[in-house]
Write a protein that binds this ligand. Sequence first.
Ligand SMILES: [Zn+2]
Ligand SMILES: [Zn+2]
Length: 772
Amino acid sequence: MGRLAVETDQEIREKGVRTRIKGIVQGVGFRPFIYNLALAHHLRGFVSNTSEGVYIEVEGDPDFLDAFHRGIIAEKPPLAHITSIETIEQELKSYSDFTIHKSEAQEHRRTLISPDVCVCEDCLRELFDPKDRRFGYPFINCTNCGPRYTIIMDIPYDRPFTAMKGFKMCPPCEAEYHDPADRRFHAQPNACWDCGPLVRLWAHAGQEIRAGNPIEEARKLLKQGKIVAIKGLGGFHLAADATNNEAVKRLRQRKHREEKPLALMCPSLEQIREFARVTEEEGSLLNSIQRPIVILEKKPNADIAEEVSPRNRTYGIMLPYTPLHYLLFQGDDLLALVMTSGNISEEPIAIDNEEAFKRLGDIADYFLNHNRDIYLRSDDSILRVLGAVPRQIRRSRGYVPIPTFLKRSLEPILACGAEWKNTVCLTRGDQVFLSQHIGDLENLETLNFFQMTIQHLKRILEIEPKIVAYDLHPDYLSTQYALKQSSMIQVGVQHHHAHIVSAMAEHGLAGPVIGIALDGTGYGADGQIWGGEVLVVEPKQFERVGHFAYLPMPGGAAAIKKPWRMAVSALYEAFGDEFLKISLPFLEGIPRKRVDILIHMIGQGVNTPLTSSCGRLFDSVAAIAGVRNYVAYEGQAAVELEAGAEEDLERVYPFEIREKDGALEFLTAPIIKSVVADVNEGCSTGLISATFHNTLVALFLDVCERVRASRKFKQVVLSGGCFQNARLLVQLTEALENQGFEVFSQAQVSSNDGGIALGQAVAADAMYKAGL
Ligand SMILES: [Zn+2]
Ligand SMILES: [Zn+2]
């Protein structure tokens, strides 16, 4: 009798619960995790993937149910990212065991997809274990690691919707895939030597080199100074031995990449420390599962070829992240490899084998290819630790497509970004999805990639945008694309407004704030080229309260590649015709006739837009100070000016701020005159650079004080490409904070034009809702 009573008790005590979990919960080992957790707590029911996330029904002892739900949060798999968890009690359905259900394809696709991440410790151990059946297999992966975003064609995330659809699993892989206790349970890219993709080495298209171990062979070729195109996770890399100056030089020439630093891959943190300084923060960033390129300070006397990062104080370095990379570095005879994006100049990175043979055939001596398709290209992400905060410079692999979560819901929006360093952005409720780095929209290939990315994101996120946001610049291809989308409401957002709102979105600021937007080029509301702007900003509107005095930009965009032109313009502004009487070393190499033509253009206003750009002011100062007259990439002169700056934090040039048409105007002439005086007195470039940086800090502090005095705002938001200048960002932040301002700058999203689409989306939503 007593026994019966106990049983009845238990039945009464049992409870049933259904749970919906949203976030990144598919393709990250979530269902097996739930399965094992449910078994550990003696629960019955099932778990399934839905297009919204994960759905669970469980029943059992209420205490165990509580422990189970606590465990979901506390013990979730490393790649999982839970955004919401909803639990409702339901009547008992008397399940007999716990099972994993097949995915159901639903109409709504609200799930989040994991980014691609580096190979995990467990897989690495197996990779180098001669007794393991995947010993040396370059595509080893499990539910905790490997490719995701770049191999997904559609959702739900199941093998038939990925680039693995053509590979039929062998019986042992199949068994792992179906065994809930296995680390590869439902790992969609699961594969092995017998059934998965394989690596092959080619000399040219159609000329395969039959080597016993193609990866080992590739390493030998790299050691001999050859250039090898290597297919990776999000695209091809072009690799060369980073200690071989000749090889690196050849790679530069063939890739038409003159000056920009080349990224390095190095097998271990210890080896990186041989030629670069690594702080604790930088070390953990390098080691994170995202494995980004981290900008690190060079150490002197390095073995690394000068050609890797000429006239620059830093290297961009990453650790290996695919099993193939680890195999490539096996043998300890490579200190570091140049691993630069597999493209010519600014074209998008190559992802397809045939495409690679065609486009990289003139650059690479050999191709290390494989037959797992890359569905969506994704470059390596680049981060830099500034002011103790890791900051995105190029946000791509490892981070995309994790959304930014806002405090409020937005209309469905497509934001098309700017022209250079383009990214696009799509919104869904309170989630904002910034795409991977697309590139400079200057050629057909990049424009195609731009359009493909929009289509792909719309499909996998199931977003049908109602509003299209775009930059005001009429010549941007992204703007022209937006203006063709006649089914959507078109909202133009001013470039620097978008910069500041992008930073505000990251920090959840509603404004009004004082926004300091400093960059190279942005189309202004008055049709001129802005770039040295102090704005009062809310998402729905902005007011231009101050800016650098306009300087003529002779030849328009051509002046960007020729800083000496901006120098002449700034000198002419400061001294008038008198400046020709001043002898300045930087003018020595330039024929007098060309200077005269330039001055004539300025005088007549021929092909000479006006600019308030801080980037162009940097160019002028850099040229006059003797850094360089020509650049190979935008901002190069400024980067080198900063790199050479001395420590001095006190010396400041006189500057002048005056009121004009209700706004503040920061005159360039007093600064330029002082730089000229310094040059003529033989002052070092490093001291001129330090003084110029100090002057900008003092000037913007002064402007912020004036705005605060009249309007009482004390939140200052910094954005724009110039804030990738470490010295300017750190020094200005400190100076403002010392005076009681609250200062916000970007970390999650790039402060350059790569982050602008996010600001466009948030601003366009606010403008639309305000009826503007
Ligand atoms: Zn793994
Ligand atoms: Zn297999």
